[in-house]
Design a protein around this ligand. Structure first.
Ligand SMILES: N[C@@H](CCC(=O)N[C@@H](CS)C(=O)NCC(=O)O)C(=O)O
Length: 213
């Protein structure tokens, strides 16, 4: 298996956490999202993923994009540890929480969106930061409410689930953009707990071979 990743990509970070939790060995291929105008836009990677986004996973004759589809694929191949509980209602609430992040929070602050805002539409750096903070705060307010109901040690009880896999990279991203997190004490408590788990520590952006490159 080969994962196309970039150290600061929060979508790739999700997949790296799952690979570590499930102890699946694989080869890494780094796609630098800034150098050369973004290697994701160059022909070799466009052949892998025409959407020009990381991550992508290659396994034998299959090439997959979308981190949550990749995670489902890995989960099917290596079911333990499980990322969702057997209780259907709880499992779907966890999946919905993951989708809250992957569909409704993350895309608004993605690199190409920010580049379009500053480049094509000409907004200032301050306006860009306001945009990032607005959409993160909107999303985190709802996540905080959900966690008040469900959190134990982790997002949903005391076991790591798909919700934690998506939450940690999104919080990393928010801290990187210096969002004031005092409004989200439950999110931060869970995040601090996740930051003690080896699978999360080893998947962190700064722990990657391409970090700071
Ligand atoms: N929904 C996709 C999102 C993928 C995505 O947006 N990747 C970002 C990095 S986190 C990217 O490659 N950005 C490059 C760009 O915006 O040009 C997934 O979950 O895999």
């Amino acid at each position: 298996m080969k994962l196309f990743s970039y150290w600061r990509s929060s979508a790739a970070y999700r997949v790296r956490i799952v690979l570590n939790l499930k102890k699946i060995p694989l080869e890494m291929s780094f796609v630098h999202l800034i150098k050369q105008g973004g290697e994701q836009r160059l022909e070799p990677y466009r052949q892998v993923n025409p959407a020009q986004l990381v991550p992508s996973l290659q396994d034998e004759d299959i090439t997959l994009n979308q981190s949550l589809a990749i995670i489902d694929y890995l989960d099917a191949k290596q079911p333990t540890p499980a990322l969702l509980p057997s209780d259907l209602a709880l499992a779907m609430q966890i999946r919905a929480f993951a989708l809250d992040i992957a569909c409704d929070i993350h895309p608004l602050n993605n690199l190409r969106v920010l580049q379009y805002l500053t480049g094509t539409l000409g907004i200032s750096e301050a306006q860009k930061v306001a945009w990032i903070h607005h959409w993160l705060a909107t999303g985190f307010a709802a996540l905080e409410q959900r966690l008040l109901k469900h959190a134990g040690l982790f997002c949903f009880g005391d076991s790591i689930t798909l919700a934690d896999v998506c939450l940690a990279p999104q919080v990393y991203n928010a801290l990187r953009f210096q969002l004031d997190m005092t409004e989200y004490p439950t999110i931060m408590r869970v995040y601090q707990q996740l930051m003690t788990v080896p699978a999360f520590i080893e998947a962190a952006p700064e722990a990657q071979a391409d970090a700071q490159s």
